[in-house]
Design a protein around this ligand. Structure first.
Ligand code: CP
Length: 348
């Protein structure tokens, strides 16, 4: 397909992109991966270009894959800690000489570089669902260079691209692949929904038979669920939501169990004021754990996926995550390749 239209675009959620465009990004990622494997350099693509990375939260994979990716493409990634610049803030969250309005930060950076990447969820927006996505969108409104979502409170699109690339490498197709995104137990009740939401969007958009397994309290965004149902119908595939952890795993090709927190646990009547109740609800699902017995329910060719970092011993046993069916390090590596593809297509 013609890729001229990719130039200058923001990458905030897969929902803003068509299936054909996402397939093209995966093709470019595979091409860059293969070229690197045979020692071919491609540092002309973004030579002398700058990516500004604003991290409100910690990161291992995202930071290093973007930095390495920019180096390999010939450019440079700037690491910006909100506390060390004037923290970019929306109206209503401004503090004199401590924050700087997002509209000003975005226009300053856009005068100097070629892309702005942002990670923001949780505490910086007081766990107000959608607050971080609004900040991301506001950056994109004011900056006339691409804004890349390194994870907000709704979406983690680059993780989803890396997950898709991994499925493509393992199975060669999405059609007929049973992709199970499942909640799994963690003692931490503060985890965003970005990964599971982006994973089910990605899987259903590309045509997998997608299953979302979660306890009844751990619901995901209804708009995301609606989008997945629409993609499944368009692709002639299935999309199912269940609260049966073990049954969902039957004959699955992809098992992706990880923890997340539903919005309700941070809002009245449950809310921060009753963190003990939130913990109690979480602790009642300790048996939602990726064990060898759980994996044995799946198809013999099944893969175990996790975006990492994993809560070992809670979400998953060492035997599973370190076992032969685990592809977690392929997913981590593929972050590099998909991000290089998106940066090449949008920032070159
Ligand atoms: N999966 C992921 O985004 O990892 P980091 O939090 O380490 O960036």
């Amino acid at each position: 397909m013609k890729t001229d239209s990719f130039r200058g675009r923001d990458f905030i959620t897969l929902l803003d992109w068509s299936k054909e465009e996402i397939e093209t990004i995966l093709d470019v990622a595979l091409d860059l991966k293969r070229r690197r494997a045979i020692g071919e350099h491609h540092d002309h693509i973004l030579r002398a270009k700058s990516l500004f990375m604003v991290f409100y939260n910690s990161s291992l994979r995202t930071r290093n894959s973007f930095e390495a990716g920019m180096t390999q493409l010939g450019g440079h990634a700037h690491y910006l800690e909100p506390g060390q610049i004037y923290t970019p803030a929306l109206p209503g969250r401004e503090v004199a000489y401590t924050t700087e309005r997002v509209s000003d930060v975005a226009r300053v950076l856009a005068r100097m570089g070629d892309g702005i990447a942002i990670r923001c969820y949780g505490d910086p927006v007081d766990w107000e669902y959608g607050g971080a996505n609004e900040l991301m969108r506001n950056f994109a409104y004011w900056a006339d260079i691409p804004v890349l979502n390194m994870e907000d409170d709704k979406y983690h699109p680059f993780q989803a691209l890396a997950d898709l690339l991994t499925v493509k490498e393992k199975f060669g197709t999405f059609k007929g692949v049973k992709f199970v995104m499942s909640w799994a137990y963690s003692p931490s009740t503060h985890k965003p929904r970005a990964v599971p939401q982006s994973a089910i969007i990605a899987a259903s958009m590309l045509g997998c038979d997608t299953v979302l397994a979660r306890p009844e309290e751990m619901v995901l965004d209804s708009e995301v669920i609606q989008a997945c149902e629409n993609y499944a119908a368009t692709n002639g595939a299935s999309f199912e939501v269940t609260d049966d952890f073990k049954a969902a795993a039957e004959d699955a090709h992809v098992l992706y169990p990880k923890a997340w927190a539903p919005v309700q646990l941070f809002k009245p009547p449950i809310g921060e004021d009753d963190s003990e109740l939130a913990q109690e609800i979480f602790d009642s699902y300790k048996n939602w754990k990726a064990t060898p017995e759980y994996l044995a329910r799946a198809h013999p060719s099944a893969i175990y996926m996790h975006c990492l970092p994993a809560d070992r011993g809670w979400e998953v046993t060492d035997e599973v995550i370190d076992g032969k069916q685990s592809v977690v390090f392929d997913e981590a590596e593929n972050r590099l390749h998909v991000q290089k593809a998106v940066m090449s297509l949008t920032m070159a």
